[in-house]
Design a protein. Structure first.
Ligand code: AMP
Length: 224
């Protein structure tokens, strides 16, 4: 295929990041996750980080004007000339329109938007159960990966932390925003014939297999 410009869509906790990292390895394309870029900026304490932090801690969206610039300056680089994988962007219709405008300016287009579909209940179960071990930053899940140390002893609750954006009211806020602002992108890409759906409630390997099948089909269509 000449180039592969992929957008990954899905609610928080759908596994987009995990799939994107595997895809990056397989396809050797740059992968940009706005959430990671913003979190790194917050850690660094840069101007961008200071601007974004309050929105992120509350589970709100960072303004379009800020994130559009972040992605715009990356998709125009040489590194992106064979394609790219975007995770967490676009998250609103104006962001999708800005990305399309940038693609048009570069005489390119989005190849596909892959939706990793997961129910709200599953999102709450996945994110609400995450715990961070204060001592070393290790992430556990109360149900899927219970917090125990290397000797198999349970880590005491007092040493476990729930990340601000994994707190129940913030998860609910992020889901609300997903339905209000991001879910309309499903129709946006469907109308343009670009949407591909994957059932995200399956295992990581199943989801990865399904995405590979989608990419194989896209490559075949490209050759026709
Ligand atoms: P994520 O890691 O994708 O869940 O993103 C974490 C947080 O970063 C989100 O809750 C938003 O506050 C912010 N964020 C990430 N991507 C975007 C985006 N495309 N538009 C606005 N805010 C974003």
């Amino acid at each position: 295929m000449s180039e592969l410009n992929l957008v990954l869509l899905g609610p928080p906790g759908s596994g987009k990041g995990t799939q994107a990292e595997a895809l990056q390895e397989e396809l050797q394309l740059p992968y940009w996750a706005t959430g990671n870029i913003l979190r790194a900026a917050v850690e660094e304490g840069s101007g961008l980080g200071l601007e974004a932090k309050g929105f992120m801690d509350a589970g709100d969206l960072v303004p379009d004007s800020v994130v559009v610039g972040l992605i715009g300056e990356r998709v125009t680089t040489r590194e992106a000339s064979d394609g790219f994988i975007l995770d967490g962007f676009p998250r609103t219709i104006p962001q999708a329109e800005a990305l399309d405008a940038e693609m048009e300016r570069l005489k390119r287009s989005i190849t596909a938007a892959i939706l990793i579909d997961v129910s709200d209940d599953e999102v709450v179960r996945r994110l609400g159960g995450r715990r961070l071990w204060k001592r070393n930053g290790r992430i556990f899940h109360v149900e899927f990966d219970p917090p125990v140390d290397d000797d198999g002893n349970p880590v005491p609750d007092s040493e476990l932390l729930i990340r601000d954006d994994d707190k129940p009211d913030v998860i609910r806020r992020r889901l609300e925003l997903y339905h209000a602002k991001t879910a309309p992108l499903i129709e946006y890409y469907d109308d343009r014939g670009l949407l591909r759906r994957v059932d995200g409630s399956r295992t990581q390997d199943d989801v990865a297999g399904r995405i590979s099948a989608i990419l194989a089909t896209l490559a075949m269509e490209d050759e026709l």
